[in-house]
Design a protein around this ligand. Sequence first.
Ligand code: ATP
Length: 302
Amino acid sequence: MNKHADWRPGRTGQDDRSGITVRAATVTYRNGHTALSDASFTIPSGTITALVGVNGAGKSTIFKAIMGFVRLAKGEISVLDMPVNAALKKNLVAYVPQSEEVDWNFPVLVEDVVMMGRYGHMGPLRRAKKADREAVDKALARVNMTEFRHRQIGELSGGQKKRVFLARALAQDGWVILLDEPFTGVDVKTEDQIIALLRDLRDEGRVMLVSTHNLGSVPEFCDQTVLVKGTVLAYGPTAETFTEANLEQAFGGVLRHFMLNNGAKHEPPNPVGIFSDDERPLIFRDGVAQKRDEDGKAEGER
Ligand SMILES: Nc1ncnc2c1ncn2[C@@H]1O[C@H](COP(=O)(O)OP(=O)(O)OP(=O)(O)O)[C@@H](O)[C@H]1O
């Protein structure tokens, strides 16, 4: 028996079993473009990990490799200590896509999208059983979308669509959940709801890998960070990885980066660095990334 056959509930919180391990992975697309070379990182289970880097850095390519959508030219990936194919067969990997990847004109109801998460649990005829319907109900309730269940997916707002796809991942009962830019086009309230849900999922022992340009939120809710730029530049606990020096390396001149000096009277000077890649800026004080409080204020602003 696989020594990690007991990856499911009952074993909650972070532990030393590997969630995702990528070893020296290289991906070359059919047009000959190598989007990722020699990338390596490892994420423990029971964690939320940020995948951070400029546009085109290779974040979606990493997702596609973990989903088995693209072939590795070199290297290997394991999920929950299994080869990717074995984890996919067991329905353990769920994917929440970027909005642009979805054809919103496709006429399908919200509850049908969420039911798609159950397909891997059904027989070849895809006949939903009671357990499938219950999983859909529970998932919709968990993302506060029950009242929208009979709406066409294309009629929803950006944030509501994101929540539906999150519900699909929950209905699937994926143990590793990949979220491609879940906060793009989402208001702060919905973002906070999504973050609260991800924290609950982490506490259940699941593994979340989240690509985001929302740098200001990363220190707040991601335990681990992977910095990407054609390869993996750095990975590990956010407090150690999400540093000004690493971000400069990952983003170079692309980030808007301001250094303020808060008052000549302060000796030695107490520099404030502000990094902005998207809506919510990341603020460093004395080299330490600041977390927001519940009102959205950074430490020191309160
Ligand atoms: N199907 C493909 N064929 C060829 N090249 C591709 C393909 N998909 C992506 N690329 C290229 O691979 C590189 C990495 O792309 P990827 O989509 O992984 O970046 P990303 O970090 O997710 O970017 P973004 O933040 O814009 O979503 C880019 O240079 C991109 O143009």
